[in-house]
Every structure is written in structure tokens, then in C-alpha cells.
Write a protein that binds this ligand. Structure first.
Ligand SMILES: Nc1ncnc2c1ncn2[C@@H]1O[C@H](COP(=O)(O)OP(=O)(O)OP(=O)(O)O)[C@@H](O)[C@H]1O
Ligand SMILES: [Mg+2]
Length: 310
């Protein structure tokens, strides 16, 4: 799908849409893994797909790659069906498992993969870009998990795809491994490649993406720039024991976003935890006041229950 934007008279700028997914639904028996996902990604964007275990990230990615068919909805990748886009070398994936033959060396693996395409980038170039030139002659069997992920990345680069999709590519890597893997991806993306990656880590999404799509329980619950999404997670939670708390009064305090109560224990989400704590300790008989950072899980929960209520 291509749209044309007119910037000024006579100047036409083409905005290519890399991914256009609408109303995607996928169930496995009774499990509603994906419940109506709309996703548009413009060429050149780096998008993080962030969500807890079981959110539906992999199920969505599998549909984008044509590995499974949606029960409802549609997907186009560069204006084609996912399978056609893959056949034309327009999209490649780095998945977590499978696809490597242990007895081949890194270089042999790339040569073999290259032979499946009509036209590819040179093997030495992708070895360099994936940062595995030094281990080119090593057998896959003795490569570490991180090195195998780099090999999958190199394989994905062979067809010089416009879109690269990575499903939690750094799981199991140590901090340094993750950092250096992502700097290779980022250096590569700087050349204009569109990248969509799934992750559990807000810091990874924040550091390497322009945009974050938050997924929870099969739905997109937030979609925005990394700073917009980080803002959602920026507050703190003030916990206290307070019998018969006046939730309405608490919710009316400045900068309070929400108030939850479980028995006598209350949790107040706020951007000004000092003011809330001061109020609780001076104006109410609250005890056991605790202040904790707002975490991603609580944001997912809040956004998901809002979505449910709407
Ligand atoms: N082939 C399958 N058969 C049955 N249930 C499945 C299948 N694939 C996924 N599911 C279920 O669908 C839901 C979404 O799973 P999915 O793998 O898409 O989540 P995810 O966001 O990728 O999670 P994770 O972060 O753990 O990788 C889960 O409840 C999962 O158990
Ligand atoms: Mg997954």
C-alpha cells in the first residue's frame, strides 16, 4: 500500500507503508490470543512491540510473516500478502528457535541460505554487519546463544529486506551481549530499514525504538513515541493501610491518577508521591506508608482494565 503526501505545490513525497494490519484476530481453541489488532508501520520506523508473557506478540508477528493465518482481519506488507513479500525478499525475520544446522560453520550457513535467493548481498558484507566476521569459520554447534542470534540476523540481512522483524532476539543474552547486538541492529537500521521487534523490556524498547506499541491480553493498549509511553510509566505508587479510606477524596488530590483499595490496603498512583504521603500522614490515620516505582506490569494492568471498561 502506498500513499502520496503533497507537501507543497509541485513537491510530492511518497510515504511507503511497510505494515498495514487491520482487525487481526486469532484464537487457539478457547484462547483468544489476538483480539482485534490494528497496526500501521511506515517505512523507516523502528517499532518495539512491548508486552508481558502471553500478550499476543508472537501470534501477531506470525501473522505478519504469513506463518499463520488470521481468523479475521487483513495484513499487507509493502502492499503485498506476507508470503509474497517474503518471496520477494522484502521482509526477513529473526526468530528465537530453529533454522540452524549445527554441523555447518557460520559462513557455510550463510552461503547455503544465500543460495536459496536469486540475488543477495555478499556473505562477507552481512558477516561484517552482524558483527560475526571473526567467528565465520566456527561450527554453529559451538556458537553461543548470542552468536547464533547474530547469525540469524546475518541470514535475515542477505536479501537486504526493507522490513526486519525480530521476536525477542536477545532473550538469554547477558547485558553486554544485548547491548552489542542492538548496536548492530541500530547501525543497520540507520540505513533506512524498517524494524519491528518484540520485547519484554521497557529499557530495550526505550533505547532502540522510535515508537512503542504496548500489547496486553491480545490488544494494543497504547501506541506512541517512546517518551509518550515512558510517561505512562513514570509515576509512583503510594501504598498505605487505611481503614474506610475515602477513595473519592484521595482521587481528588493533585496529580493523583488512580486509587485502588484491597481491604484496608490502598494503592495510589501519582506523579507527586511526596504530596500524597504527606497528606496521608498528616490528614488521615494511615499507617505503613510505602512508596514504590510504578512498574510496567501495573501500567499494563491499568491500561487493560480501562480498555475492558470502555
Ligand atoms: N499454537 C498455540 N496453541 C495454543 N495456544 C497458543 C498457541 N500459540 C500461542 N498460544 C496462546 O496464545 C496467547 C498469546 O501467546 P503469544 O505467544 O502470542 O504471546 P507473546 O506476547 O509472544 O508472549 P511471550 O512474551 O511469552 O513470548 C498465550 O496465551 C499462548 O498460550
Ligand atoms: Mg512471544
Amino acid at each position: 500500500m502506498e500513499t502520496t503526501t503533497v507537501r507543497s505545490p509541485g513537491e510530492r513525497v511518497e510515504t511507503v507503508t511497510a505494515i498495514a494490519a487491520a482487525g487481526l484476530v486469532k484464537s487457539f481453541g478457547k484462547v483468544h490470543a489476538v483480539r482485534g489488532v490494528d497496526l500501521t508501520v511506515r517505512a523507516g520506523e523502528i517499532v518495539a512491540f512491548l508486552g508481558p508473557n502471553g500478550a499476543g506478540k508472537t501470534t501477531t508477528i506470525d501473522m505478519l510473516l504469513g506463518l499463520s493465518h488470521p481468523d479475521a482481519g487483513s495484513v499487507e506488507v509493502f502492499g503485498r500478502t506476507p508470503r509474497a513479500a517474503i518471496a520477494h525478499g522484502l521482509v526477513s525475520a529473526v526468530l528465537q528457535t530453529g533454522g540452524l544446522l549445527k554441523d555447518l560453520t557460520v559462513r557455510e550457513t550463510l552461503r547455503l541460505t544465500a543460495s536459496l535467493f536469486a540475488e543477495t548481498r555478499p556473505v562477507d558484507e552481512v558477516l561484517e554487519r552482524a558483527g560475526i566476521r571473526e567467528i565465520a569459520d566456527r561450527k554453529v554447534a559451538v556458537c553461543s546463544g548470542g552468536q547464533q542470534q547474530r547469525l540469524r540476523f546475518a541470514m535475515a540481512l542477505l536479501s537486504d529486506p526493507g522490513l526486519l522483524i525480530l521476536d525477542e532476539p536477545t532473550t538469554g543474552m547477558d547485558v553486554e551481549g544485548r547491548r552489542s547486538f542492538w548496536s548492530s541492529i541500530r547501525a543497520d537500521a540507520a540505513r533506512g530499514r524498517t524494524v519491528l521487534f518484540a520485547t519484554h523490556y521497557l529499557d530495550e524498547a526505550d533505547e532502540y525504538a522510535d515508537r512503542i506499541v504496548l500489547m496486553s491480553q491480545g490488544r494494543v493498549v497504547a501506541d506512541g513515541t517512546t517518551s509518550e509511553i515512558k510517561n505512562l510509566v513514570s509515576g509512583r505508587v503510594v501504598h498505605a493501610t487505611l481503614r474506610g479510606a475515602d477513595q473519592v477524596a484521595l482521587a481528588a488530590l493533585p496529580d493523583v491518577e488512580s486509587v485502588e483499595a484491597q481491604g484496608d490496603r490502598i494503592a495510589i498512583h501519582t506523579k507527586d508521591s511526596d504530596a500524597v504521603a504527606r497528606y496521608l500522614l498528616t490528614q488521615t490515620p494511615a499507617r505503613d506508608v510505602e512508596i514504590t516505582p510504578q512498574n510496567l506490569e501495573s501500567v499494563f494492568l491499568a491500561l487493560t482494565s480501562e480498555g475492558e471498561a470502555a
